[in-house]
Design a protein around this ligand. Sequence first.
Ligand SMILES: [Zn+2]
Length: 186
Amino acid sequence: MTTDDPEPGGVNPWVAHTPEPVLSITGHTAVISPVRFVWPGTYCSWCRQYVALWTDGGAIEAGIRTRRISRRSSATTPSWFRVYRPASAPSIPDGCPHPGCPRPATRTLPTGEQVPTGWLDGKWNLAVGPFTFEHPVDPRCPHPVPWAKISPLLDQMWSTMRRTHPDLAAAADAYAAEQRRRAERG
Ligand SMILES: [Zn+2]
């Protein structure tokens, strides 16, 4: 679990005026909400620029939960988890937001009829989830923004869990370390 997730590109309009996320902790489960999620991998097919699409009102659930050690075994272990729950998938605007985009407004069908052109590549990325944030990360997984506000809340959650549930946290840490060793071994 890392705390240095990349923001998809510096200070951007979709980072401005985000609702203030709040952390609430019940036992060893935490919820951060409301969260704005912005989706990766959506590009204008005419100007090739990234098109940020986002929705507000989502949540991040995180903390410690019990998971099975393997598919073959019924043994369980406490493990850290983080789940991204966007409130909804973003809707696709009628047109590209980038000024100077060369997109033609219409195209001509063989019948001579004029129809609007499509413009957005990567619509398949606009899934609503929920997304479990673990390696390997689902390429459609949206990013919570701004990370500068989300990251301290996650840090606060982890440190609270370590204080209030030291045994569970130690077991979850041990499991995470074992998973890392396994991943390094390939
Ligand atoms: Zn464009």
